[in-house]
Write a protein that binds this ligand. Structure first.
Ligand code: CP
Length: 311
């Protein structure tokens, strides 16, 4: 069993078998990152470029650590200190860096489709680390991995994604991944933050949080991007919190063994109350730890290396 593509651009169209392969491979790597020496020679000799045109804490550091733990050489590109400042195009930038003999590129960009564009310019494997409001596939894979680790299965679990559904690449990737794995998926947010034709995704759609949470197993809470308030998409932070904030009182609506997730960064006291974020049912930091193992699995599977994952 192999992944069908040598790039990871998104989860739209991915099969349950491919997701299961990534999650099973990530289990081996999850064990490695608990060892005193968290390093295997799996990608020795390979060079990975981390091309982040947008800010990131979790994804960039997680990829860099994943690469280092697999013994790859890593290079970090920062646009503000590069010749992008002198007007160099994205195509020229990546073609010049590739001429220095890199093998894989991890890319984050504010424009939808940049990862696909790179596959048309260069030979390296491309991994999407978030492109505009399109997809963030490794975030959704680490979310799936975290859910599967807790419940031992994903099929038929009720997963509710709450918040800014319209602008969230995490939501899109989660919808494709969760549906492929047979979960029951719902989204909930203000009608101004739901995308046009959301009903075509084949999921349940709510604007009433209490109805959405009724009987849910997993609540994955999206960050409210505060600039959306300036754009008039919701009247005030306080109103948003009253209607859509996840508080202890609201947790009573969930199934007994519920799980609280958030991809980060968190707006504490806005979309999630402090005691919920830090409570026993929150797996927010577990998601971050798991992200490294999932990214190690993706790098390994796309590299085409044949060695045992957990040498
Ligand atoms: N979840 C996530 O993508 O976080 P960063 O923006 O910090 O990478």
């Amino acid at each position: 069993m192999q992944l069908r593509s040598r790039h990871l651009l998104g989860l739209e169209g991915i099969t349950a078998e491919e997701i299961t392969l990534i999650l099973d491979t990530a289990e081996s790597f999850r064990e490695i990152i608990e060892r005193p020496i968290k390093k295997v020679p799996t990608l020795r000799g390979m060079t990975v470029l981390n091309l982040f045109y947008e800010p990131s804490t979790r994804t960039r550091i997680s990829f860099e650590l994943a690469e280092k733990r697999l013994s790859a050489d890593t290079v970090n590109f920062t646009p503000s200190t590069s010749s992008v400042k002198k007007g160099e195009t994205l195509r020229d930038t990546v073609r010049n860096i590739e001429a220095m003999k890199i093998d894989m590129i991890v890319v984050r960009h504010s424009s939808i489709g940049v990862p696909y564009f790179l596959t048309q310019c260069i030979e390296s494997n491309v991994i999407n680390a978030g492109d505009g409001a399109h997809e963030h596939p490794t975030q959704a894979l680490l979310d799936l991995f975290t859910i599967r680790r807790k419940y031992k299965y994903i099929k038929d679990l009720r997963v509710v994604l709450v918040g800014d559904i319209k602008h969230s690449r995490v939501v899109r990737s989660n919808i494709w991944g969760l549906k492929a794995m047979g979960a029951s998926v719902a989204v909930c947010g203000p009608s101004t933050l739901l995308p046009f034709e959301i009903d075509k995704f084949g999921i349940d759609v709510y604007t009433d949080l209490d109805k959405a949470l009724d009987g849910a197993d997993v609540v994955n809470i999206m960050r409210i991007q505060l600039e959306r308030q300036q754009a008039g998409l919701f009247p005030s932070q306080r109103e948003y919190t009253n209607l859509f904030g996840i508080t202890t009182e609201r947790l009573a609506l969930l199934n007994k063994n519920y799980t609280i997730m958030h991809p980060g960064p968190i707006n504490r006291g806005v979309e999630i109350a402090n005691d919920v974020a830090d409570g026993d049912s929150s797996v927010i930091l577990e998601q971050v730890t798991n992200g490294q193992a999932v990214r190690m699995a993706v790098l390994y599977l796309l590299s085409g290396k044949k060695e045992e994952a957990a040498e």
